[in-house]
Design a protein around this ligand. Structure first.
Ligand SMILES: C[S@@+](CC[C@H](N)C(=O)[O-])C[C@H]1O[C@@H](n2cnc3c(N)ncnc32)[C@H](O)[C@@H]1O
Length: 453
């Protein structure tokens, strides 16, 4: 059947037409991530503010995001399947042909969209794109074969391996060995649950939201619909924060009444924890826009902190602090479950550059600490350069600093989250709650440091 026959005014064609805006948005988003290296969530929040995604009904927006996330999470498998049917490879200078095929195949193989809808919409998208237009029949032919044979080809592949770009795979194998690299990559294929840090009454909220209470008192839910629609959002009863992301602030111990510096603070999940624990917090971030988000988040939660827009590598306040949390910018390779665009945005060079920035941030942070103060350094990265190696280098160049080992009591008895000599090191495959969709946590590193008196 060719495209003309498919687009007659049949119920199937009308149904397919209805889903067009979401598919077009998915193709635009994929193009921005893959070609322009723009983070998915940044584009989504920007385009919500400027209009083009905002004009889509919430259901279409959610569908577009689901298509993009699946396309990126399963990109290796999908490329393999498409490769079977593109005998001469992906044509050059073909406009949006690749994101159209990628998102079309993601819908057919993984989202189980009815083939007539996924294929018809992909053909229409190709016809709208000046350069992809001449490939409309190719789109039709390839996606028909994907619909018939794609599942079987995908099932024959080692999904965790093929969906992990070589540069990341090789790093993880070198650092953690092949078996653990495989576990990390397998966990990254699963849509993560939603964790909420609650101000109080976890048991009562968990009942209202049919969730589960985690070892640290956070609530875990299977995400459905808009976060703002969940009970307690308007009251400021909780905020979204993966269990692993909540651990660094917890490692600061009792901060009540202390003057605490939160360096690289926005959007403020850890600032909120410190403020809730009774600290007097100064939150510093280089981005004024992100600090505005932090202030809005704290206002919703009825919590307070002083904010400073400054470069934390050079910022010099008049007074030193009792305790400092440095949650440094990093490659974020521990959060790929949540951000499946990361493997396609970051490179080994970014890790090197970020490691240099972290070194400068750490040096300045140490200089701002009182003589008996505590410093917690954290990153949501699985990379050695942004964790263990960073701390080893700090200790070598700064004899004033020593490691204050984190114990299993500091992490709710979860000794498997720790590595010698007392660092926090969590992995996406940890926190097994019985089924894959309820399990997992972000990959985080944290070290607690003290100044030698
Ligand atoms: C990992 S995020 C922080 C997340 C935050 N701690 C939380 O829990 O919500 C890193 C932050 O570092 C900020 N940043 C990057 N370079 C910085 C610098 N030189 N000085 C201060 N902040 C910086 C970024 O704007 C970003 O908000």
């Amino acid at each position: 059947m060719d495209f003309e026959e498919e687009t007659r005014d049949t119920p199937a064609a009308r149904e397919a037409q209805a889903g067009l805006p979401a598919r077009r948005a998915a193709v635009e988003l994929l193009t921005a991530v893959i070609d322009k290296k723009q983070p998915l969530d940044d584009i989504l929040s920007r385009s919500l503010a400027t209009g083009w995604m905002f004009d889509l009904p919430a259901r279409d927006r959610a569908l577009a995001r689901a298509i993009v996330a699946t396309s990126l999470r399963r990109r290796g498998e999908i490329d393999h399947v498409l490769g079977h049917f593109l005998e001469r490879g992906m044509p050059d200078k073909a406009g949006k042909l690749y994101p159209i095929l990628l998102s079309g195949a993601a819908q057919l193989i993984f989202l189980k969209t009815p083939p007539h809808a996924a294929i018809d919409l992909a053909v229409r998208l190709a016809q709208w794109d000046g350069r992809a237009r001449r490939y409309d029949k190719l789109v039709n032919a390839v996606l028909r074969r994907v619909a018939k044979e794609g599942d079987a080809i995908a099932a024959s592949l080692d999904a965790p391996r093929v969906n992990t770009p070589d540069w990341l795979w090789q790093r993880w194998v070198a650092r953690y060995g092949e078996a653990r690299a495989h576990l990390i990559a397998a966990a990254n294929l699963i849509e993560p649950p939603l964790d909420l840090t609650v101000k109080s009454d976890a048991e009562s909220w968990v009942e209202q939201m049919s969730g589960r209470v985690l070892p640290n008192g956070s609530i875990r839910l299977l995400p459905k619909g808009r976060i703002e629609a969940l009970p307690g959002y308007d009251q400021g009863a909780w905020w979204v924060q993966d269990i692993a992301a909540s651990l660094p602030a917890h490692l600061m111990g009792d901060v009540e009444g202390k003057r605490v510096l939160d360096l690289c603070a926005a959007p403020g999940g850890k600032t909120a924890q410190l403020a809730l624990a009774g600290a007097s917090v100064v939150a510093v971030d280089i981005s004024k826009t992100r600090l505005k988000t932090l202030s809005a988040n704290l206002a919703r939660l009825s919590l307070a902190a002083a904010t400073v827009a400054a470069d934390a590598t050079t910022w010099r306040p008049e007074e030193r602090f009792d305790a400092i949390l440095l949650d440094a910018p990093c490659s974020s390779t521990g959060t790929i479950r949540r951000h499946p665009d990361i493997p396609y945005l970051k490179s080994p060079k970014d890790i090197e550059d970020l490691a240099h920035l972290q070194t400068r941030l750490l040096d300045n942070a140490c200089s701002l600490l009182k003589s008996d103060g505590a410093l917690v350094y954290s990153t949501c990265s699985l990379e050695l350069e942004e964790g263990e190696a960073q701390i080893a280098a700090l200790l070598a160049r700064n004899p004033d600093v020593k490691v204050d080992p984190i114990s299993s009591d500091d992490v709710f008895g979860q000794g498997d989250w720790l590595q010698p000599p007392g660092f926090l090191r969590t992995f996406p495959y940890q926190l097994d709650l019985g089924t894959p969709e309820w399990s997992g946590m972000d990959g985080f590193f944290a070290a607690r440091l003290k100044r030698n008196k």
